[in-house]
Ligand binder design. Structure first.
Ligand SMILES: NC(=O)c1ccc[n+]([C@@H]2O[C@H](COP(=O)([O-])OP(=O)(O)OC[C@H]3O[C@@H](n4cnc5c(N)ncnc54)[C@H](OP(=O)(O)O)[C@@H]3O)[C@@H](O)[C@H]2O)c1
Length: 312
């Protein structure tokens, strides 16, 4: 069984394939990790489709994936605070990939994995929960204020809902009708974005308007909630800054630092954050895992279990 999954040229899913590649060598400030679990994100298929090619140079063949958890195999020059054999989780090098037996992680975007946090949960944190953390912090809703999350049922939304709820914020989120109970289990009020009475439900949930809005959908999503966005409401979009600019949105600022990841893992260990990994696919089914995310409607997070490789 080959050890990596990626693509050989930009395009649709038909360009994806299993790859035989040499073990990567860590450069300065990089860690070589044996991957036990890899998170699956919308950015993965976006990279494959060439959406980021203007600013992300990829050598072909390219390996998919941006976040992983595993065990340190080798340290690059200048890496402090980690040792061979440590369980860690973090973000891959830009364009590096981690749907693979081995991946290179950026030391400044990697953290130790607490023993009580599973590799599967840890692999789900850097991109989605990291984005949620940075966005909620930037929006800064305080206890008693409201946060409206557009697209609450996916990886970023479920984490943002829990982080805000933990700070005493009242969370309202848009999701498909099927996800109502799921969203409510996160302590948020669910609003069906396809419901005939969408506007009525929204106004009832936010009678004084929203204090903060996190857009994870883009397109017309912000227009559809404009009735609850008044001057003074702080808005961020993780997906469509152009539309969000019409609502005076703040530009999103991402950190993914070791400190952020450490904080997220601590919350998971304390039972205050659940990345909601609702689908775990064996490595052999990497194509199906990415298809689930590319559908645009996954439940929480999708993760690849790399320990399922027959050669492991
Ligand atoms: N720039 C960055 O650093 C960064 C980082 C992370 C994510 N992002 C972006 O942020 C977005 C969300 O990421 P994610 O990881 O949460 O995605 P995800 O896990 O794929 O979830 C997307 C969610 O959106 C929901 N959705 C689809 N259409 C919707 C609509 N019209 N109204 C409300 N909800 C809708 C889907 O569920 P239902 O339709 O079933 O409710 C799904 O749960 C993506 O565009 C991603 O690329 C950006």
């Amino acid at each position: 069984m080959p050890d990596a999954y990626g693509f050989t040229r930009y395009g649709g899913p038909e360009e994806q394939r299993f790859l035989d590649l040499p073990k990567p060598v860590p450069g300065p400030d990089e860690l070589l990790v044996e991957v036990y679990a890899a998170g699956v994100n919308p950015v993965d298929w976006g990279v494959r489709a060439g959406k980021h090619r203007a600013f992300l140079h990829l050598e072909m063949p390219a390996v998919l994936g941006r976040e992983a958890a595993g065990v340190v195999e080798q340290l690059g020059e200048g890496v402090d605070g980690f040792a061979v054999g440590d369980p860690v989780f973090g973000t891959t090098l830009r364009g590096g990939g981690c749907y693979a037996r081995y991946a290179l992680l950026t030391a400044g975007q990697t953290a130790p994995k607490p023993p009580s946090v599973s590799f599967t949960d840890a692999a789900a944190l850097p991109v989605a929960a990291g984005t949620a953390h940075d966005c909620v912090n930037q929006l800064g809703p305080t206890a008693g204020q409201t946060l409206l999350i557009l697209g609450i049922g996916g990886g970023v939304g479920v984490a943002a809902a829990q982080l805000a709820r933990d700070a005493g914020v009242s969370v309202v989120g848009t999701a498909s009708a099927a996800k109502r109970e799921f969203v409510e289990s996160l302590g948020a009020t669910a609003i069906d974005y396809d419901g005939a009475d969408f506007g009525k439900q929204l106004d009832a949930a936010l009678p004084n308007g929203a204090d903060t809005v996190l857009d994870l959908v883009g397109g017309g999503a912000l227009d559809s909630v404009s009735s609850v966005i008044s001057p003074g409401c702080r808005v961020i979009s993780a997906t469509d800054p152009e539309t969000a600019a019409r609502f005076g949105a703040l530009p999103m600022s991402r950190k993914s630092s070791t400190a952020t990841l450490t904080e997220l893992a601590r919350r998971v260990a304390e039972g205050r954050l659940d990345p909601q990994v609702r689908a775990v696919f064996p490595f052999e089914d990497a194509e199906a895992a990415l298809r689930e995310v590319e559908s645009g409607h996954p439940w929480g997070k999708v993760v690849l279990d790399m320990t399922s490789r027959s050669s492991h």
